[in-house]
Design a protein around this ligand. Structure first.
Ligand code: SF4
Ligand code: SF4
Length: 474
């Protein structure tokens, strides 16, 4: 049976299907977010001012003669306000990391992407860069026109000013960041006398470039393609998590309307959305919240503010876009206090308590035993000898005089240049020691011994560390 019309040309049986080339990478369209005003914009500005203020001011503050926050890598000490963390406090660092992770889980499960919208450095610095762009190049429309226009003196001047300020902020950010590792005063002196070290120069250049590129050019690309949190946060979301959402039931069918019918629009079968696209124009990631929850949404609330403004102007109730939950949107009761919130909260409390307990129990002195790696033991004067280096740690803010003793084997002999040692505040003293014991007194190939470090003028302050004394196989 003939199925094709006589005029059509049948396709050859073995002709290859037409291939369409698909790029793996989407071409970036520059986003020009419209300026927005409103209660959430005020909150975001406040958050930016407080966080940036803290970031830039903290390295200039001193407490007890030192910078309040200083990660002193050469001395292997982290100073955070009144606390000093040593390598021995690794457990504390683990608690802190767990605290940070569970805080993120807790707040994300409770209120969505609060961190991304208000506190993430990428958001904070991008906000600042956007503000400068608006001040120098003008509103969104003016920026778009300027980018499209041919190069002119006006364009060169505006672009140069903008990039100069951006670079200045990036440089200030980088210097401040490095000053958390090299004291700010020292760093500033070195900077202005051109005496910066190689590593300092490298990190300043690195962070200048990173800030300039991330906040000036990549912006939402960092959130969309580089940030792992955007990818796994959906695992912490459920139908009771606070999300920013467009009320589809109320808004649809969307459509523009004549001013004479806008109060009576329901008769024309229209929803509350007037399709002004303002929510899209203010979005820093360029998405349309009306398409539903998307991983690109950083929860900045700009669309809430602008839509509330539109609703006000139309004399419609606010909240067409609002913080809500999926259950509320579906007309079901929301349950904010659900089991996962309690579990995250309990874990948070647990780690906070452990952290406080560990800090309160921490001794202000410490002792590390390092065995001589060249020789397990040696025989000298008819005795077995082991060699160690003891690290005497004074974590206190005042100098301490230490006494050192060893025990655990009968007639154990401690050979050391001095048994009473002055260790300066916040320093570590390396003390080489030798222990000698009779072979008959050893309990085997390896015998447990104890070094006791005590403070000369404080009987209650001492630490005991257990070590091994090695001898021949008996
Ligand atoms: S701002 Fe509000 S009214 Fe305008 S398009 Fe967006 S949702 Fe609709
Ligand atoms: S959709 Fe709304 S909340 Fe989400 S990023 Fe865009 S403007 Fe911000």
């Amino acid at each position: 049976m003939q199925t094709e019309s006589s005029g059509s040309k049948p396709a050859p049986q073995n002709s290859a299907p037409k291939s369409t080339e698909q790029s793996l990478y989407e071409k970036r369209e520059k986003i020009y977010p419209r300026e927005v005003h409103g209660r959430f914009a005020i909150l975001r500005t406040l958050s930016v001012v407080v966080l940036l203020g803290l970031f830039f001011i903290l390295p200039w503050l001193e407490m007890g003669g030192r910078q309040v926050i200083l990660f002193d890598l050469p001395a292997r000490k982290f100073h955070v306000f009144w606390l000093t963390f040593w390598p021995q406090d690794f457990l504390l660092l683990a608690f802190l990391l767990m605290l940070g992770a569970f805080s993120l889980f807790f707040f994300t499960a409770l209120a969505g992407r609060l961190w991304c919208g208000y506190a993430c450095p990428q958001t904070v610095w991008t906000e600042v860069y956007l503000w400068i762009e608006r001040k120098v190049e003008g509103s969104r429309i003016k920026q778009m026109r300027l980018d499209k226009a041919d190069w002119s003196l006006n364009k060169i001047v505006r672009k140069s000013i903008k990039h100069f300020i951006w670079l200045f902020i990036a440089g200030a950010t980088a210097v401040t960041y490095v000053s958390y590792f090299t004291p700010e005063i020292v760093l500033t002196q070195k900077l202005f006398s051109f005496q910066l070290g190689g590593w300092e120069l490298f990190w300043i250049a690195f962070f200048t470039l990173a800030t300039y590129i991330n906040a000036g050019f990549m912006r939402e690309q960092v959130c969309k393609y580089m940030c792992p949190y955007a990818r796994f946060q959906s695992a912490m979301f459920d139908n009771d998590t606070l999300i920013i959402s467009y009320d589809e039931k109320r808004g649809e069918p969307r459509g523009s309307r004549r001013s004479d019918v806008h109060k009576d629009y329901k008769k024309e079968s229209l929803g509350d959305c007037i399709n002004c696209t303002m929510c899209v124009q203010v979005c820093p990631t360029g998405i349309d919240i009306r398409d539903g929850l998307q991983y690109e949404c950083i929860g900045c609330s700009a669309c809430i503010d602008v839509c509330d403004d539109v609703m006000d102007k139309m004399s419609y109730p606010k909240g067409l876009i609002r913080y809500t939950t999926q259950h509320a949107i579906d007309g079901e009761p929301s349950n904010i206090l659900r089991p996962r919130i309690f579990i995250y909260f309990i874990i948070l409390i647990l780690f906070t308590s452990l952290f406080i307990f560990y800090v309160s129990q921490r001794s202000s002195i410490g002792l590390d035993i390092i065995r001589d790696r060249n020789q397990l033991y040696r025989e000298t004067s008819g005795l077995i000898e082991n060699i160690y280096t003891l690290k005497l740690i004074n974590k206190d803010e005042q100098d301490r005089t230490f006494d050192i003793k060893a025990e655990g084997i009968d007639d154990l002999i401690l050979l050391v240049d001095k048994t009473t040692i002055l260790v300066e505040a916040g320093t570590v003293y390396d003390l080489p020691v030798r222990l000698r014991a009779k072979e008959d007194n050893l309990s085997g190939r390896s015998t447990e011994i104890r070094f006791i470090l005590s403070v000369s003028d404080d009987d209650d302050l001492s630490v005991t560390e257990v070590g091994k004394f090695l001898g021949p196989i008996q």
